[in-house]
Design a protein around this ligand. Sequence first.
Ligand code: FES
Length: 191
Amino acid sequence: MTESAANTHAEGIGSAAEPTRRDFIFIATSATAAVGVAAVAWPLIDQMNPAADTLALASTEIGLDAIELGQESTVLWRGKPVFIRHRTPEEIALAKRDDSLSASMRDPALDADRIRQANGDAGKEEWLVLQASCTHLGCVPTFAAGDYGGWFCPCHGSHYDTAGRIRRGPAPLNLLLAPYVFLSDTVIKIG
Ligand code: FES
């Protein structure tokens, strides 16, 4: 074997059997980079886990006793506002009247069907629990400010009726019913 062939052979053995200094620097750099990526990724991954207080509010129980006829209470559920409306006979009659007149609706739904969907066997058409978020771009509407006796969103002028149905303005859909059940005649659980 010539001297150069012997050197080449020796280098070949060295690179396969034991890391050279250059290999060591590369390995050390890769390990540091991996630790760095993990260190950066952990806060992001950790952030994606629900906070303890968020989990604690996944459902909330509300007593209805304090909400007088014709009044509304706004509660927070999962960090978002929810309307609990104690409807008067006049508000209910208004919603039913428009149903009987087959009034034009953008997102057609009978008041009785919304109540049945929301309250199930409990009935109780005087209670309406809605997500307080305009279906246009999410502003919070206010009650008794629109043209249909229900809610009005001042951001771009959406009018909802006393069943929370969209009647005029840019909002495409009715106010969404909140997910809730009656635990008793006077207590509901949202979520
Ligand atoms: S957000 Fe309510 S009308 Fe635009």
